[in-house]
Every structure is written in structure tokens, then in C-alpha cells.
Design a binder for this molecule. Sequence first.
Ligand code: FES
Ligand SMILES: [Fe+2]
Length: 378
Amino acid sequence: MTTFQPTASTYKQGSRTLPGEFYTSQAILADEMERIFASAWSCVGRESRLGGPGEYFLASVAGESIIVLRDAQGILRAFFNVCRHRGTRICVEESGRFIETIQCPYHAWTYSTDGRLVGAPQMNEVEGFDKRDYPLHAASLARWEGFLFVNVARDPEPFENLWAPMRERLARFGLWGLAVGHRVVYDVRANWKLVFQNYSECLHCPTIHPKLASVLPYQSGANDLTEGAFLGGYMEIKAPNESATMSGRACGRLVRGDLPQSDRHRAFYYSLMPNLLLSIHPDYVNYYLVRPVAPGRTRVESEWLFHPDTLADPANNSRDAIEFWDLTNRQDWDIVERSQLGIASRRYAPGPYSLRESIPAAWDREYLRMMGRLPAVP
Ligand code: FES
Ligand SMILES: [Fe+2]
């Protein structure tokens, strides 16, 4: 949804869209899994989803099933959903709560919620067997602004290094304190990159989103992140609208009471590699977790976040924001599905990006860099 005012420094002349195979090839998707998703920090949702000890949910990261949980001591952890006995997937319920332990249904190997193997029937007769050698495989976990991130690499680059550009950038919005008011999972019949590219420009807003374009003029605003893994900027909310909602009215409280005056009429849109799209409005936030399922299929998990006082108020206007984006999202899915159909044509060839598409062009560059395919600069 990012707009924005392109400048010579943010737009590279000659930028073109990616070749068709990037949207249709199973081999490229497999390569993306290895080169991007298996080494990056993927967002898996909100920390508040894990309320009490033993609560867990399953996340899919780089094709791996990961158990994300709060252990008996309250510590957040992530484990590969793989039994250390004969490899069986331990958990299949998408979320739930472990009572005391995690038990594999096959031969009842049993783990504590901190991952230690505590029970292994008949194994005491096996010479040299020591339970301490078989804890659940841990995945790395990081937290930022109430979001949880998982990395499945054995020796990942520290989250703090990679996310340094974002660390304090959005602190003024108090994202960590927001509560989930609504959740939707979308099944999109298009390549995951089309979802990112579409989010990254608002050139399509007047044609695809007449409602949105009346609230957020696509020529307004500016980008503040224009190169690299984190991209985006803001748009102005057109007066007399108070927010990006169907009626233009705010949902309730500001996301943070002391939000700077300059942020109270702006909407911020960021695409954060590899899988997070983050939309921040003065009175609510919505975000998207984008996961490739097949070359032409993407799962998008979306939640709307509000100040807890907004949700506690029965007279809140949260439906107005939910409806606004659910409508806009469905318009986006529809058009990216049509893009997927056209790109699959024998005659498709990379087309030229305009200056108003400087962010998708920058996103493509970063994507190609991560894939090790960036052409040498002439
Ligand atoms: S495979 Fe899990 S207990 Fe045997
Ligand atoms: Fe859109």
C-alpha cells in the first residue's frame, strides 16, 4: 500500500518486473525456501497469543512445523515439531495447551515444556542411552514490539543485528501493548511475491480501491525506508477523515495516548522481509503474515490490533476498520490472482516499473540479492 513520492535516489531507471519463472517455478520456490526463509527471521504472530504456561501454537517456517510455546516457567520457546525417537510429528492441533509435558503419540517419548526429554519407555535397557542427549531441537526465537520471530537456521545471524533499522523506529506507536481484535486467514491463488509487490505501491489504488483512494490519496506522503529488507513510508489521511475506515471515523482510542501530533493524520505501511506487512494507523494496526504454499498459492494470515481500551468499549468502532481492510484486501487478492494468470502466459515478459513503483522495484532488488541472483552492476 506504500505510495510514495519517488525521488531520483529511490527510483532506478530501467527497473523491470521479474521474469515469469519466478512466479511459476517449483524449483525457484524450493530455492526461496533455502536461501530466504530458512535463514531469515520469520514473524509468527503476536506474543499475546500465548497467555499462560503450556500454551502453544504451530507455525510454519521454511516448510518446517515449529511449536511456539510458553513453558512452565513462562519463558517463550520454539521447537521443531519432530520427535527425537523416530522423527514423528508430535503435535497436529494448530494451537492448544500442554498439561505439564509434551508427549509424542507414537511411543510416548515425553518432553518437558522447556524441551528436555523426561520419559522414554524401554530406553533404559539400551546401552549408552542418556535422555540428556535427546532434547527437542530448538529453533531461535526473538521478540519485537509484541511480535514473535522464529529462525530455523542452526547458527542464525542475530535478530538484533538484522533488525537494527527497525528497533526503535516504531516505538512511538506502542505496538507491544496492542490487543488483537480480529483475525482472518486468506488463501490467495497467486505467488507470494505478488502480494509483497502489490502492497508496496498505491499506483493501483484509484483503479482497484476507489474507497481507499478517497481516504488515502496515493500521491501523498513519503517513503522513509527505500532500500534493503525493510521498505515503506507513510500516506496522509485526507481530512475530514480521522482514520482509514469505511466511515472515516476513528475506531476508538489512539494506539498510544501520547502519539506525536504529526502521526495522528498519517498511515504507515512497511514491508519487512521475509514475511511481514505492517500497516499502522493512528487508532489501529493491521498486519499480514505472508507464506508461500505453492508457486501460485499463498496463505495470508491477518490480524487487526487495537488499544485494549478500544476493545473494552462496547461502543467502539473497530468493525469500521476491519471492514475497510477486508474489502481492500479482497480487492488486492483478486487483482494479484489476475496478475498470476497473466504472468503464467507464454508471452509474458518483464515490464517497466514507473517512478511510483520505486518500492516494488527496490523490493525485487533485495529479493534477488537474497536469492544470490542480483545481476552485476554494469
Ligand atoms: S517416534 Fe516419537 S515416541 Fe517414537
Ligand atoms: Fe491494494
